[in-house]
Write a protein that binds this ligand. Structure first.
Ligand code: AHM
Ligand code: MG
Length: 282
């Protein structure tokens, strides 16, 4: 399913051809997660929902920028959850941002959200890169001068063992899981490098290409972490696991969770990486 590709091309063009300071300016007050909403968050959200309204198999959508689920096609079989613009705090500084989506089966018996079947993201970096699942594989495409996504490579984490960890370590004294603090010390003793863009899409993409681990654990300020399960963590968990890596929520694989219709902006502690790195937390 070449879903949302047209939207990603439009968002990429918007980012490249607009005043970054204006796109990164605050548009309104707060969204459901308590984040300050930027101009580009809203414009990317509107571009994506215009496309979704044209897709008959999508029953409804969940967006980081909408308070509730919105139903669009009564006969659709899927719910799409998306973060239109991930890494909002980086927009005005011309630092990589992205879009993330997950496509979930609609469970007609339970009248709720079933398992995730497709996941993808677009990274608006020095080049625009699209990564999405296709059956049991993960494929990477790059936007060319003709504005078409061209296939570059399959992605796999097998055999990648870079010593890189990615976390906002300024939260060190707020981490609730003692293994996080223990492993942060171990990384330093074992000559790991720390890398953090501050846009989940960019940090996870680097982890998928180079190996290592990306984390956003629970803190005393955010007891479930900061990242939202439906449109940030579950899609990446699907991608990491299909690449031969692993996902963890502090207790189990992220994929063992369900999306709760009554709590669509639910957050979850996040650990994504190679199996080797995730197993250090299990
Ligand atoms: P956003 O979707 O509003 O941009 O928020 C999610 C972002 C992630 O991209 C990133 O990993 C995280 O927030 C950074 O948060 P912090 O500044 O607390 O490290
Ligand atoms: Mg986000």
């Amino acid at each position: 399913m070449n879903i949302l590709e047209t939207s990603f091309i439009q968002i990429s063009s918007l980012i490249r051809n607009s005043n970054n300071l204006k796109l990164g300016s605050i548009n309104s007050t707060e969204n459901s997660s308590g984040d300050l909403v930027k101009e580009l968050d809203i414009r990317a959200h509107n571009i994506i929902i215009d496309e979704i309204h044209k897709i008959p198999y999508i029953k409804g959508y969940i967006s980081e920028e909408s308070d509730d689920i919105t139903f669009t096609s009564p006969d659709g079989q899927y719910i799409i959850a998306f973060d239109p613009l991930d890494g909002s705090s980086n927009i005005n500084s011309n630092i990589s941002v992205g879009s993330i989506y997950g496509l979930y089966l609609w469970d007609t018996e339970l009248n709720g959200i079933g398992e995730i079947v497709v996941a993808g993201y677009c990274l608006y970096g020095p080049s625009t890169t699209l990564v999405r699942t296709q059956n049991e594989s993960v494929k990477m495409f790059q936007l060319n001068q003709e504005n078409e996504f061209k296939f570059i490579s399959n992605l796999s984490l097998n055999g990648k063992s870079s010593k890189i960890y990615s976390i906002n370590e300024s939260n060190y004294y707020k981490y609730k899981n003692y293994k996080v603090k223990k492993n942060l010390i171990k990384y330093k003793m074992n000559n790991y490098s720390m890398r953090l863009v501050g846009s989940m899409v960019a940090d996870c993409h680097r982890t998928l290409i180079q190996g290592g681990i990306f984390m956003y654990p629970a803190t005393s300020k955010d007891p479930e972490g900061k990242l939202r399960i439906a449109y940030e963590v579950m899609p990446f968990a699907k991608i990491f696991e299909l690449c031969g890596g692993a996902s963890w929520d502090g207790e189990k694989s992220v994929l063992k969770n369900k999306i709760d219709l009554d709590n669509i902006h639910q957050k979850i502690p996040t650990y994504l990486g190679t199996k080797e790195e995730i197993y250090k937390f299990t």
